[in-house]
Design a protein around this ligand. Sequence first.
Ligand code: NCD
Length: 358
Amino acid sequence: MANITEISWENFEALSLDEKKPYLQRGGGDTMPYHTLFAQQFDRDLLERLCALSNRIRFINKSKEGALYLKSVLAHKRAMLYFSQPSSRTFLSHLAACQLLGITTGSVRDAATSSEFKGESREDSIRTFSSYFDMIIMRSPEQGLAEKMAWELSNASRPVPILNAGSGKDQHPTQALLDIYTLVRSFEEKGGLDGRTVVFCGDLLRGRTVRSLSYLLTNFKDVKQIFVAPPALRVPDDVVASLAAKGVSYEITEDLKAAVKVADAVYMTRIQDEWDESKGESARIDTSRFKFGAEELALLGPDGAIMHPLPRRDEIATCCDRDPRAMYWRQMRNGMWIRAALIASTFGLEKEIMNCGY
Ligand code: NCD
């Protein structure tokens, strides 16, 4: 078995994502992640297990007795929510997921209120949190920080798991999990997710949710991916290369209407202008053809799903909001369930909750 305490940071960092994967598992025969850092840690078996556990938690939580049972399972644990980038849903749904499982939480949402302001490094701050908490849920603008901390904390005197809630422009694995859970639920009684066509539209270059979800979709059979973006915001080469390497069928286009006609799900994204390198860079890009409105709604099939990680600006017109195919509200609630499932699994409670009497 790969043991993260037996590899140097330099050697670990140099591994491919597939090679890193076994170092991040719970171990003892369980392939579930201990540290959740990137989407490549999840295969179909794990996705199905997490969706099943989410369903189970959702069901158990319906009765008072069930909800009180769930609140007891991790009542002896504490989690730190360390968000050094803005967040509404990811922060609140992780908080709610912790509350569902009885976990006590602490949070830092602004480096200005922590010792980072006094010049402490992020590494030292995170090490400090690990002295007081049993899990760190973190969002950072720095691409490799969650991974570095996972290695550091596994090799520290008090190892605690890291859950990546968004790392730079790179990955957002728990968002992709909730997107998969939403897709699985949307197509549950309509023949499943295999064989579907998923359209990604918007800022595909800098949207970390796209990279993570695009990868997770490759775990399903014959799911075609269509990427629709202005030339300046095209899907990055690494995403396309990993699809090509896996023999997944994909298309790159600027024609949203044509894509919507053949789509089972349309995943809209916001222009991520917080990453602009010069003032007004994004504002100069013509994004008018990359919005979902009444015309696109009319072209989408009756079983289609309209998705968005949110927050939205004007990528989806509000006239779509009450359409039964608008799944973006459901994505938010699904996020709470699957994050609770992931946290419970990280602490080794998957079987116990699946088999409990509620
Ligand atoms: C996304 C994020 O922050 O990466 N939102 C989210 O987590 N729900 C996408 C975004 O901010 O556009």
